[in-house]
Write a protein that binds this ligand. Structure first.
Ligand SMILES: C[S@@+](CC[C@H](N)C(=O)[O-])C[C@H]1O[C@@H](n2cnc3c(N)ncnc32)[C@H](O)[C@@H]1O
Length: 277
């Protein structure tokens, strides 16, 4: 990833399937370690039940899946939006019943998993999608499911990758997940030393996690007032707005009626809220 030279963040090209496919075709895959990521290997070695269902989103060449297969895991799903790595994996693991390889968009994927592994997928997404990432991860996990892997604890001048910090992640995942671990990683590969956090989060299955499209919010001032109004509704436990003000993640004790959310913010009639399902 460190070798990628692209002005995506500044010129606002979309990071869609065509973008990622072009990187693979041009062999501009600086993120690809060529081997399983050591901290993830260490984590996978601690898993006793080899029959749990595991998802690896944005899998790329997925040395992690290969490692799991070599070590007897029987229920692995990998998904990537770019055809080239998916074709490579389909060829490599043809006739292997223990892995399902999907060409598709993670955000449209349906399923239930005991464990989802994060390895340079979060940092490949535009930061505006972070609220949607939390929602989708919560949706795809089984009741006792866990999300584990690596997140960058630094910023980048050229993106992707998009960085972040422990404080940001603690706020982003709050309430939707219980934090089992989020610490500076002791065994990152050398170029990422001291810049990765290893995290393990457990789904909080006692809450409802939803993401809503928002209209009419155009500045930080309105973000604060709308967030405050939503957070003040009885039963709402956490509210987090996307950095482009287009989406809001709401964690609540029970499912919220859309009318109640709309009413709370309707003092300004340009504000509209609609559920994403
Ligand atoms: C930085 S690469 C990391 C690949 C792999 N995890 C690794 O560490 O080598 C990000 C990957 O996410 C994939 N990707 C990006 N957006 C996606 C989406 N919405 N759904 C599925 N895969 C996506 C890209 O095609 C790319 O393979």
């Amino acid at each position: 990833m460190e070798d990628v030279k692209c002005c995506v963040a500044s010129c606002e090209k979309s990071l869609d399937a065509a973008y990622w496919e072009a990187q693979y075709k041009a062999k501009a895959t600086g993120w690809d370690l060529g081997k399983v990521s050591p901290p993830i290997q260490t984590y996978m070695d601690t898993i006793e039940n080899k029959n749990i269902s595991i998802l690896i989103p944005g899998c790329g060449n997925s040395y992690e899946a290969e490692y799991l297969l070599e070590h007897g895991f029987t229920n692995i799903t990998v998904i990537d939006i770019a055809p080239t790595p998916v074709a490579v994996l389909k060829d490599k693991f043809k006739n292997n019943p223990n892995i399902q390889i999907i060409l598709g968009d993670f955000f449209e994927h349906q399923g239930k998993y005991d464990l989802i592994i994060e390895q340079t997928f979060f940092c490949a997404l535009p930061p505006t999608m972070r609220q949607k990432y939390v929602w989708k991860m919560h949706q795809l996990l089984a009741d006792e499911g866990k999300l584990a892997g690596l997140l960058f604890n630094r910023t980048f001048e050229v993106s992707p990758p998009f960085g972040g910090s422990k404080e940001e992640y603690e706020t982003l995942f709050a309430v939707a997940f219980d934090f089992l671990k989020m610490d500076l990683c002791p065994n990152s590969i050398a170029p990422r030393a001291n810049s990765e956090l290893f995290f393990e989060l457990k789904k909080n299955n006692k809450v409802k996690v939803n993401v809503y499209e928002l209209e009419g919010i155009t500045c930080n001032g309105s973000v604060q007032s709308v967030t405050k109004k939503l957070a003040g509704i009885d039963g709402i436990l956490n509210v987090s707005m996307s950095s482009n003000f287009a989406e809001v993640l709401i964690i609540s004790k029970n499912e919220m009626a859309i009318g109640e959310l709309q009413n709370a913010i309707s003092d300004d009639e340009k504000y509209k809220i609609e559920k994403i399902s």
